[in-house]
Design a protein around this ligand. Structure first.
Ligand SMILES: [Zn+2]
Ligand SMILES: [Zn+2]
Length: 369
C-alpha cells in the first residue's frame, strides 16, 4: 500500500508528486488519513526558502483528518476520551521527549530534542509521512491528539493546530487581562482569530488594521470594534495617532500578525505605557529592520516574542471553537479550498496574498467541509 505526498524540492520550485509506502504503526503511534491541510504563512516563508529545510521534505503542519490506524496501547485521546479508527482528530505537530530539563519544567515547547513532524524531516525514510501535504500523517509516540466534536467541521478545526492555538497561547503570554484594549496588526487568519480570542478574554476595545476590504469586514464579525484600512492614512505617524485616539493612549496589548518586519517600527509605538507588544508573525531569518530601543525604554513597554505553543493551547482552542461556534464565523477564515493535486496553483494563489487562508482537500470523500 502506498500514499501520495507532494514533496518540497527547493525554494520556489513546484511541489512534486511522490508515492511512499504506508508505514507500520509503532506502539503508541497513530496514522491519520488527512482530510484537509492548510497553507500557513510560515509554509509560504518556507517555500520561499526563508526557513532552512533539506529536500525532499513534505511541508505543511496545519491539518486535520481521521484516525486510519492506532498503534498498540492507544485507546484514548490526550483528554482521556475513547479513540477509535475512523474518528476525526486534531493534534499538535511536535513531540516533546518529556525527559529533558524544559520538559520536566512543564515547558514542552522548548524541549531540547523537540521533534517537529512537519517539513523539517527528510521524507524519503520511514515513517515518510511527516508533513501535511499528503494523504497520510504519522503521529509519533508521545503525540498530543484530541477527538474533534461531531458538530465542528474540518474547515473550522483545520487551522486550530497552528493559527488558533498560536494566538490563544500568544495572547496568554502577552498577559492579556479583562478590561484591556487590544490592537491587531494584520487581519489574516491569525489576526481574525486574535480578535475573537481577545474578545472572549474580556478585551473591551479591539482594533484591527489591514488593507484588504474583505478581511476588514470579516474582522468586525470576529469581534473587532474598529477595523481600519491602513491605506486611508497618509503616514505611519497618522496611523499611530488614530490608534491613540481610539484606545485612549495606545493598546494594552498590540499584536503583530503581519509577518513583515516594517510592521514592528509602527506597532511598537501603538503600545501604551506599560503595555506589551506581541510579535508572532516575523519568523524569517533573513529580514531585519532598524529599531530604536528608546521606543521600549521611554514608556516601559515590553516586547514579547512567541513562536509555537504549549499543548494546552490546542485543547483550549478546541473548547473555544466549540463554545463560540455560533458567535464567530470560524469556518470563513478558510477563504479558498483546492484539491490537494492542485497544490502548485494553490501556493501561487496564496503567495499573491489573494486568500485569507487556503485549504487543500486531501480526501474529498472523508472530509466534513
Ligand atoms: Zn503555521
Ligand atoms: Zn524534552
Amino acid at each position: 500500500m502506498q500514499g501520495r505526498a507532494f514533496v518540497y524540492t527547493g525554494a520556489r520550485e513546484p511541489f512534486e508528486l511522490r508515492e511512499f509506502p504506508i508505514p507500520e504503526v509503532a506502539p503508541g503511534a497513530a496514522l491519520v488519513r488527512l482530510t484537509l491541510s492548510n497553507i500557513c504563512g510560515s509554509d509560504l516563508h518556507g517555500w520561499h526558502g526563508d526557513t532552512p529545510r533539506e529536500p525532499p521534505t513534505i511541508m505543511g503542519h496545519e491539518m486535520t483528518g481521521r484516525v486510519e490506524r492506532l498503534g498498540a496501547g492507544v485507546a484514548t485521546d490526550s483528554a482521556g476520551e475513547p479513540l477509535r479508527e475512523g474518528d476525526r482528530v486534531v493534534y499538535s505537530y511536535f513531540y516533546p521527549c518529556r525527559r529533558c530539563t524544559p520538559c520536566l519544567s512543564h515547558d514542552q515547547l522548548h524541549c531540547t530534542s523537540r521533534r517537529i513532524g512537519a517539513g523539517r524531516r527528510k521524507s524519503d525514510q520511514p515513517p515518510y509521512f511527516t508533513g501535511a501535504f499528503a494523504d497520510y500523517y504519522y503521529l509519533r509516540p508521545g503525540h498530543y491528539v484530541l477527538k474533534t466534536p461531531d458538530h465542528l467541521t474540518d474547515r473550522e478545526v483545520a487551522p486550530l493546530n497552528c493559527a488558533l492555538a498560536q494566538v490563544v497561547y500568544g495572547l496568554h503570554e502577552a498577559g492579556l487581562r479583562a478590561g484591556e484594549t487590544v490592537v491587531i496588526q494584520g487581519a489574516g487568519g491569525l489576526g481574525l482569530y486574535a480578535a475573537a480570542v481577545a474578545r472572549e478574554a474580556g478585551a473591551v476595545n479591539v482594533v484591527v488594521l489591514d488593507r484588504i476590504p474583505e478581511r476588514l469586514s470579516l474582522a468586525k464579525r470576529f469581534g473587532a470594534d474598529h477595523a481600519l484600512d491602513i491605506d486611508e492614512f497618509e503616514s505611519p505617524e497618522r496611523r499611530i495617532e488614530a490608534i491613540n485616539d481610539l484606545t485612549g493612549g495606545g493598546g494594552h496589548v498590540v499584536a503583530e500578525l503581519v509577518g513583515h518586519p516594517a510592521a514592528l517600527v509602527e506597532g511598537i509605538r501603538m503600545v501604551r505605557a506599560e503595555g506589551r507588544y506581541l510579535v508572532i508573525g516575523n519568523i524569517s531569518a533573513r529580514h531585519t529592520i532598524e529599531f530604536n530601543p528608546a521606543w521600549l525604554v521611554h514608556l516601559n513597554r515590553r516586547m514579547v516574542g512567541v513562536g509555537g505553543y504549549q499543548s494546552w493551547a490546542l485543547r483550549r482552542g478546541l473548547e473555544l471553537l466549540d463554545r463560540t461556534r455560533s458567535r464567530y464565523p470560524w469556518g470563513e477564515v478558510l477563504s479558498h479550498t483546492w484539491p490537494l493535486e492542485s497544490i502548485n496553483e494553490a501556493f501561487e494563489h496564496a503567495d499573491r496574498g489573494a486568500a485569507i487562508r487556503t485549504g487543500l482537500v486531501c480526501a474529498p470523500d472523508l472530509a466534513v467541509l
